[in-house]
Design a protein around this ligand. Sequence first.
Ligand code: SF4
Length: 354
Amino acid sequence: MTNTTETKHLNKSVNYFQPEFSHIYIEEEALKWDRTEEALSSFPNAERIPITDYKQIFNRPNQNIFSQHNSKKLILAVKKDPFLYRGSDILQDTQYQNIYYTTPLINCVYHCDYCFLHGMYPSANLVAFVNDSDFYNAVDEGIMGRNFKSEPLLLSIAYNNDLLAFENKVSYCKNWIEYAKNKNNLLIEIRTKCANVNSIKEITSNPNILFAWTLTPNEIRRKYEQFTPSLEKRLDALEIIISKGWKVRICVDPVLYVNDWESIYNNLFDKLFSRIKHEQISDMVIGVFRMNKNYFNRIRAQKPNSELYYQNWGQSDNIIESSESVKSVMYDKIEEMINKYIPLEKVYFWKNAS
Ligand code: SF4
């Protein structure tokens, strides 16, 4: 080996991974759906590999999802039942009782250290389901069969992904918005950290869609979120969406109990409310870090050097979270920080899993 070659191999900045989405796995059955054509046209140079069932690739044993994040692949598949899942204890919404989520896309283009998806799935690859109309039929049935008839079905379509961040590749949001526009008793939540709203900003707003923007202080983003846009860029996007008349929810979730957390989050709220008035948003949700215990332990085992996963966390039932005392201090302080900007009746704090 020459010196030059040695230097190259020692240079940590050299990327030995294949480019992201260099390969696309396609279920045979997925070839019949228009969505497949759209996804393939977004990655014209990707190598196409036919498969019979996405689980052959996605559920392979011994995958290292943290290394896969350097070179994610795309899998195009046809979703089978079930299409709707009951909102979990961790999926936060205190206002509605018919809470469900669905998974048009599994996994996310971002890579936040605190993300439960790393413990939930065996792979970091993205699975894009292509059979939209089957999803819509299931939602129609869900609306009809919902338990609390005086309330809409609240459906999160971005619980296991950041759908808007993938919109420039596959136009899921646009199509869900179109589907929802004339429905009664449906409210679709699209949660995102994305800053690129070009793909949706020309769509006429409708009240059946709730965009939920998660905001993160830059200090936290730099340390715990890989690839997400800056706070300033998210606020720019938020202003555009609000100006177009969409319903918007602000999420500050998770709030992390780091050194100097008070000044870091105080600064976030000052920046937010210097640009957006509370009258322009539907509500705000705030939550501490929390994660299903099994997912937490799975991630912890793979990240022996993680400061986040080796802190002293509390535990209630099956959930790892901040201890009750820390949570109570944090929420009291946050109330003090925000009550000059927003009536507290418009703010929902995630309390516990019960
Ligand atoms: S943006 Fe959300 S879904 Fe995506 S990695 Fe971060 S926490 Fe997970």
